[in-house]
Design a protein. Sequence first.
Length: 149
Amino acid sequence: MFTFGLAALTVAAMVLGAGSPAAATTTARTRITIDRHTSELFPFEPPYAEPPGVTYPAARVTATARHCPAGIVLMSASLVQDGLPTLWATAGHGAGEILCDGGTVELGMAFARIAPALHPGRATAHFSLRDSTTGEQFTESTRTVWIPC
């Protein structure tokens, strides 16, 4: 009887020590991969420009976020060229809100600058993702990108 009790206790300890398969899996860390080339320059007309009809060169930067937590996530994006910042070239409200399903999501933002204007060449792109409720940063990534001719 003592041997049976010790064997049962050993098996119980092994099962409890191993844990459930769900507890053994860990959530993968969110990560962003920024594409190395932007779109070609295109004309962007700011929505409330004075005077109307004036356009500025803009370029779109794209990235992929993997293991994006499910729910509404806030995206921050920036582009710097020649040490000078740019503006988001969008007219959409909520442009920085991303809906994630826990998997992979495509990110993108267009950027423009009035003076000096964006031009073909190198620039530095930065993306980050934050929780829309707590502001906790999930991940960020910075990369040198190329604006083609």
